[in-house]
Write a protein that binds this ligand. Sequence first.
Ligand code: NAP
Ligand code: GDD
Length: 330
Amino acid sequence: MAHQTAIISGVTGQDGSHLADFLLEKGYNVIGLVRRTSTVNFERIAHIQDKITIVQADLLDEVSLIDVLREYRPREVYNLAAQSFVPTSWKQPVLTGEVTALGVTRMLDAIRIADPAIRFYQASSSEMFGKVREVPQTEKTPFYPRSPYGVAKVYGHWITINYRESYNLFACSGILFNHEGPRRGLEFVTRKVAHSAAKIALGLAKELRLGNLEAKRDWGYAPDYVRAQWLMLQQDQPDDYVIATGKEHSVRDLCRIAFESVDLDYTRYVIENNPQDLRPAEVDHLLGDASKARAKLGWEPSVTFEQMIQLMVEADLAALKKTYNLIGDA
Ligand code: NAP
Ligand code: GDD
């Protein structure tokens, strides 16, 4: 496996940065695609910047994808790039469709044209289950997306399967349930809560405004989930897999656990049903059944929800203390 080349779209994102760490450990030559920006946003990959090759390419521009595949001749392509924040998908539905849906076709077409032997991973999502048709959700559960983002992911999922069946591509779709960690973007609810609990504990904030506290998710730990992405591309046959912990928690549980980890009672600080944080259509609960991944990939989650939230709060406490030059414990 040493010196295989892998291309990661979305390498500056949460998963892209963890996957780059993982593939470097395995001895891969890692090529990370970044879109052009006026200033660099490499915070999550700063520690490995000199170990990976960073190349400009955009999911909106197919020629840029074909060129990079022809130049670097990868064995594997991980398509992690997307407009991934659900609320933004109502504000920018067409952009979300262009990147998160049609971007998948551009990448698949680029592979078909440049080298159809490339193994392809598509970052599909539990958001596709939306208004869930059964509990828990498996690879066979029908989709009922509840956001423009979810609709775009359903398109990306089916175009991946279609290219596998039409052109015999080694194309896999990973239906990943929510996964988090200290590198999670600040707007997603786990990080928003962890970061605010740390700020309040340090006396840097007084309250936390949230939307729907009753929503439930099956939250896992991001480094565990990128391992599953790699495992899918090491199998003899391409296939689709649900990746989940099989445990669900509410946003309220999340608040309680995060605030308790800094000896605070969340009910004194959290303001719920903030209109700006409520969604036009909600996904009330997601719970995955990853039996297929356990049986065929030998995949298991390694970190519990409680451990992960504690780890996230601790990471934010340490980062805030450094930023504000604070000493001593919270
Ligand atoms: P993320 O942190 O939001 O990262 C998204 C990445 O996509 C960033 O690197 C971003 O670049 C890049 N990107 C956006 N538009 C692009 C474009 N037009 N061309 C090229 N790159 C573009 O997302 P994540 O949490 O790591 O998730 C990775 C993937 O898994 C996404 O497809 C997401 O939808 C999917 N997913 C995530 C979860 C989860 O719980 N995390 C669950 C299921 C599925 P910039 O840094 O320049 O913005
Ligand atoms: N972001 C956010 N902010 N969510 C809140 C808030 C808030 O203030 N208050 C309550 N929530 C609720 C949301 O309504 C939702 O039900 C839940 O918390 C989780 O929201 P997010 O963390 O934004 O994640 P998501 O489930 O919408 O989407 C994430 O997971 C998907 C997989 O199911 C993203 O990573 C998607 O890209 C991913 O596909």
